[in-house]
Design a protein around this ligand. Structure first.
Ligand SMILES: [Zn+2]
Ligand SMILES: [Zn+2]
Length: 212
């Protein structure tokens, strides 16, 4: 498989920052650099990858908190995603950080907002964009059909789903998005989620109590 992925847990939330790269060209992307940039940069160097872009699944601090700084450090590479409905979260990253005692967190303005039906290229692969609101209004899932692989952010977890107890949370929308957009991708699709271990659509369809 030419598309490779590695997880770097970052921030006090142990968020799965994901590095994607093409094994031959070493070109790649960083998905959800929430913070702890020293650890992300160490992993980038170890792989020897050349980062072409940053991709954000949604606007929460553990996913987007380090995006502005990493963009700057890597020469202004583009930031793609999430959906524009998360603009208020990205604009308010400093305030989100202050709420957790994190200082120096900066707002980030994506170079490209993503919407349902868009495609994103990363690491020589093409990902379909699925807009899956509920955990946050602008959450997106990225799906690579060729390798049966998805990045689902905080939409779906092994045995759980994203929390919706924020003022802007919508549990009905979240479950609807999972059932109508993620489950149909196919039982064989493996996914990396924002926190915790990987899973497959099939495992969740059969055992996840939140979507039974
Ligand atoms: Zn989140
Ligand atoms: Zn998260």
């Amino acid at each position: 498989m030419p598309l490779k992925a590695a997880i770097v847990p970052v921030t006090l939330f142990q968020q799965n920052c994901t590095l994607l790269w093409d094994d031959a060209s070493k070109l790649g992307a960083v998905v959800d650099p929430g913070g702890d940039l020293d650890r992300i940069e160490e992993a980038i160097d170890k792989i020897g990858m050349q980062v072409e872009k940053i991709i954000l699944t949604h606007g929460h601090i553990d996913h987007a908190g380090g995006a502005a700084e990493l963009k700057e450090k890597l020469g202004g590479i583009p930031v793609e995603g999430p959906h524009k409905a998360d603009k208020f979260l990205l604009d308010g990253l400093a305030a989100q950080g202050a709420g957790f005692g994190m200082t120096g967190v900066r707002a980030v303005t994506p170079d490209r907002w993503l919407a349902e039906g868009d495609t994103v290229t990363a690491a020589g692969a093409t990902f379909a964009v699925l807009h899956c609101p509920g955990h946050s209004p602008g959450s997106v899932v990225l799906f690579n059909a060729a390798q049966r692989f998805a990045l689902v952010g905080d939409v779906l977890f092994r045995g759980s789903v994203g929390r919706t107890d924020f003022p802007y949370g919508d549990s009905a929308a979240l479950i609807d998005a999972i059932k109508t957009k993620l489950l149909p991708l196919g039982d064989d699709v493996a996914f990396i989620c924002g926190h915790g271990p990987m899973s497959t659509i099939g495992d969740e369809r059969q055992t996840n109590p939140f979507i039974a």
